[in-house]
Every structure is written in structure tokens, then in C-alpha cells.
Write a protein that binds this ligand. Structure first.
Ligand code: HAM
Length: 431
């Protein structure tokens, strides 16, 4: 049969046999963010286009080249979120969350959409775990969110993914730096790509993250922000480093890290690895003290980061980190006849209410085929229900590995006794 279509380029399916890997990683992220006092926030997958144009920045690659933007039937321009920060900030403002007290601490899992050239670790639909914190200018907050990212990586077995840190200063130091960049890049006007020529006037810092190899080469010799940041920004950066040192978080200061989005100020950071090819940044973030004002709110210094879930999973694979498989089916009930089917149905409910996984036949297989299926799904125990078992109101539960059988009454004590059986068997006790 010919399929009428296939998945869109740059997108991926997560199949039932793979989803436990995602859940394992997401659970650790949830636990760690909770430990640091963050609570989950969910925002829409699309927003008005101007949110990203203003928030992420008109001259960024994301806004200029990569957004999925379309007009609705009502004539509005909307965009699938290319990242999570702008939507989260919009929601914070719209719901006046500052009235609930500062800092506001939000975490999220979002799907994001960027029309980039797909390659290993670079997709058009990808997923981020993110953290945002609003209403603090303290360097302690910078160090704290970096520690949170590090804790997540440590628990995933990725402690050796390296932290690179920089400060890109405030608007005052940026003005001087932009002038230095204009002076430098003006010498190469003939060689720059057309996008960078417009950036030269409007936002020269974006020339530093141009993906064209020629421009990238020129950018290597550009002035470094470190030589232009003001005393206050220097002091802030020194404090961030002090707290990271106190927490034992290792980092390298890398003055070439400027991030590809416009909202950043002061601290910026990336966690990078060289084990998955060119797309080795698994986490990126920093401070964005001006974003909330840019979106129409009051001055509210803020910061955050996002980790790419696909890249995290790629690194775990590359490093051979094993993710624990979910618990298999605890009990498979094979049935013969209608009465048995009905009895199985009520026993299964009891078992599932105890938090155990249980299955029965729903495709009309014969007994042999049912047992084969139980084997295939790795069921730990099986139970055959036929007319005899129903008449006697008891049946033998079989341990699929050892073959050992235990008789249990098929009454309201069944699930409880079965739970005890599974627990004692896993601890090696006799009952
Ligand atoms: P970003 O650096 O654009 O930052 O993305 C964060 C992470 O998302 C990257 O480090 C990478 O792991 C993953 N990622 C980005 N693009 C792709 C792609 N095309 N395919 C697969 N993974 C990708 C942000 O998005 C900011 N909003 C982070 C932030 C939050 N800053 C402050 N708060």
C-alpha cells in the first residue's frame, strides 16, 4: 500500500518503544527544577509574529530566516514558536505575575520550530526544556540557574559536557562595542554576505554568529566584548564566577560566546560537547534584563536557559549511557471463553488500581498465541483463566521466568495477594 505522505523533513516521531528515554530525561529535569523552586508553565505553540520580531530581534537569523510564519484566516500574522523565552515573558506580563511576588520562577517543555537546514542534532521541529526567572539582578540567580543546568547534566551522566561562560555587557557597554565592531567589519564590506551588510548598520553583534563560513572567518579576528564591558558588568560577572567557584561548577570563560538571540545582556553561557558533531551545544542561556521592558512591561531583570532534548539524547547515546527500561507487564491474563474474559476484566482493574501493569487478550487470539504474546511483552507473571478456574474461583499464577506456580483465590483479595507475591519474589522471599 502506498502511503499518501510521510513526515515533514526535519521532524521526528517518538515511537512507543522509544518514549521511555524521553520520559527518563524529562523526569530528571522536572525533579531538578522543582528542587530549585521552579514550577511548570505551558504557553501556546503559536504567538503573534511581532512577539518574536520584538523579543528575539529583527536582525537575528531566527527571525530573518527561520520562522514558520503564516497568516490566519482572520488575517493575523502568527508564528510557530522558534524558542520558549518570548512566549513565557509574554505570559508573565499578560497575567501580571509580578503581583504574586518576585522572583517569578517558571520551567517549561516546549516544541520549537525553526526552518534550518536539517542535520544531526539540528531539526526543524525540536524540543526544549527551559527555565526562566524574572525580577532579580543578583549574580546569585545567574549562578543558581547554571548550577541547575549542571545538576541536570550530572544526573544524566553528562558531567563532562563543558560549560562556556561570557558576559556581553549592558546596553551602555554594548554601544561602545558595537562601534568597535562596525569599524572592524567595515574593512571587509566587499566580502560580507548581504544579510551581514544590513546587520553592520543595525546590529553588528549579529555578524559574530553568521553561519556563512567566509563571514565566520572574518568574525574570528573581531574585537572581543571583554575589552569593552563597564565596571558594573565586570563586577557582576566576577560575582557570578565567584558563586560558581563556590559551588564547584567548572567553566571556561569564552569571549566569543555572544548567543544568536538579541535579548541577552551580561551573563551568557553554553554547555557544549564535541561528541555529536557540529551541533554540540546542548544548552544555552543567559540574562535578558531588557526583554520585559521591550515587550511593554516595567524594568524586570530576568534570566534563563534552554536545553535541546534531542541533543541531550544524542549525547547520551554517543556516550553509551544506558537509560533504564520501564517495568514490563506484571501480569498477563490469558482467557478461554466468555466467562473467563469477563472475570479477567474485573481482576485486571483490581491489579491496575494497585499501580501494576496488567494486560489481557484484545485481538481474539487462541491460548497458545496469547502465551506467546505474554512472552513477547516480557510479562513477569501469567494466569490462564478457563471454565475450571471460574468454577473453583481460584487459579495458578505462573512466574514466567522460573515456571513456579502459586495458587490465588479469584476474589477481592486477588490484587493484594498478587502484589505481595511480586514483591516477595523480587526480594527472593518465600510466601
Ligand atoms: P538557543 O540557543 O537558540 O536558545 O536554543 C537552546 C537549545 O535548543 C540549544 O542549545 C540546542 O540544544 C537546542 N536547539 C536549538 N536549535 C535547535 C535545532 N534546530 N534542532 C535541535 N535543537 C536545537 C534559546 O532558544 C533561548 N530561548 C534559551 C534561553 C532561555 N535563554 C534564556 N532563557
Amino acid at each position: 500500500m502506498a502511503l499518501i505522505t510521510k513526515k515533514i523533513k526535519g521532524t521526528e516521531d517518538v515511537l512507543p518503544r522509544q518514549s521511555y528515554r524521553w520520559q527518563f530525561v524529562e523526569n530528571i529535569m522536572r525533579e531538578e527544577s522543582r528542587a530549585y523552586g521552579f514550577r511548570e508553565m505551558r504557553t501556546p505553540v503559536f504567538e503573534h509574529t511581532e512577539l518574536f520580531a520584538r523579543g528575539v530581534g529583527q536582525t537575528t537569523d531566527v527571525v530573518q530566516k527561520e520562522m514558520y510564519t503564516f497568516d490566519t484566516k482572520g488575517g493575523e500574522s502568527v508564528t510557530l514558536r522558534p524558542e520558549g523565552t518570548a512566549g513565557a515573558a509574554r505570559a508573565v506580563l499578560e497575567h501580571a505575575l509580578e503581583n504574586e511576588g518576585l522572583p517569578i520562577k517558571a520551567s517549561y517543555f516546549v516544541s520549537c520550530y525553526r526552518y534550518e537546514k536539517p542535520q544531526a542534532g539540528r531539526l526543524r521541529e525540536f524540543h526544549q526544556f527551559g527555565i526562566e526567572e524574572y525580577g532579580t539582578q543578583s549574580p546569585v540567580a545567574d549562578a543558581e540557574i547554571i548550577c541547575l543546568a549542571q545538576s541536570v547534566l550530572d544526573r544524566l551522566g553528562l558531567s563532562d559536557v563543558h560549560l562556556e561562560l561570557n558576559s556581553i555587557g549592558c546596553p551602555e557597554c554594548r554601544a561602545k562595542y558595537n562601534q568597535a565592531l562596525r569599524n572592524y567589519f567595515s574593512q571587509y564590506k566587499e566580502q560580507l554576505c548581504p544579510t551581514c551588510l544590513t546587520r553592520l548598520e543595525k546590529n553588528p553583534m549579529r555578524l559574530l554568529d553568521c553561519k556563512s563560513p567566509e563571514d565566520h572567518k572574518i568574525a574570528e579576528g573581531a574585537p572581543k566584548i571583554t575589552d569593552y564591558i563597564c565596571e558594573e558588568c565586570k563586577e557582576h560577572f566576577a560575582e557570578v564566577k565567584k558563586y560558581l567557584d563556590a559551588a564547584g561548577v567548572e567553566y571556561t570563560v569564552n569571549p566569543t560566546i555572544v548567543r544568536g538571540l538579541d535579548y541577552y545582556t551580561k551573563t551568557v553561557f553554553e554547555f557544549v560537547t564535541d561528541c555529536i558533531g557540529a551541533q554540540g551545544t546542548v544548552c544555552g542561556g543567559g540574562r535578558y534584563d531588557g526583554l520585559i521592558e521591550e515587550l511593554g512591561g516595567k524594568h524586570m531583570p530576568s534570566l534563563g536557559f534552554a536545553m535541546g532534548l534531542e541533543r541531550i539524547l544524542l549525547v547520551m547515546d554517543a556516550k553509551g549511557i544506558e537509560i533504564p527500561q520501564p517495568e514490563p507487564c506484571a501480569l498477563y491474563i490469558a482467557t478461554m471463553g466468555d466467562a473467563a474474559k469477563q472475570k479477567a476484566f474485573s481482576l485486571l482493574r483490581q491489579i491496575r488500581e494497585c499501580g501494576l501493569t496488567a494486560e489481557t487478550d484484545v485481538v481474539g487470539r487462541g491460548l497458545r498465541a496469547q502465551m506467546k504474546y505474554a512472552d513477547k511483552i516480557g510479562a513477569k507473571y501469567s494466569l490462564v483463566l478457563g471454565d475450571n478456574e471460574i468454577a473453583e474461583n481460584k487459579a495458578k499464577v505462573k512466574n514466567m521466568e522460573s515456571g513456579e506456580q502459586t495458587e490465588l483465590a479469584l476474589d477481592e483479595t486477588f490484587a493484594e495477594k498478587f502484589s505481595v507475591l511480586t514483591l516477595t519474589a523480587s526480594k527472593g522471599f518465600e510466601i
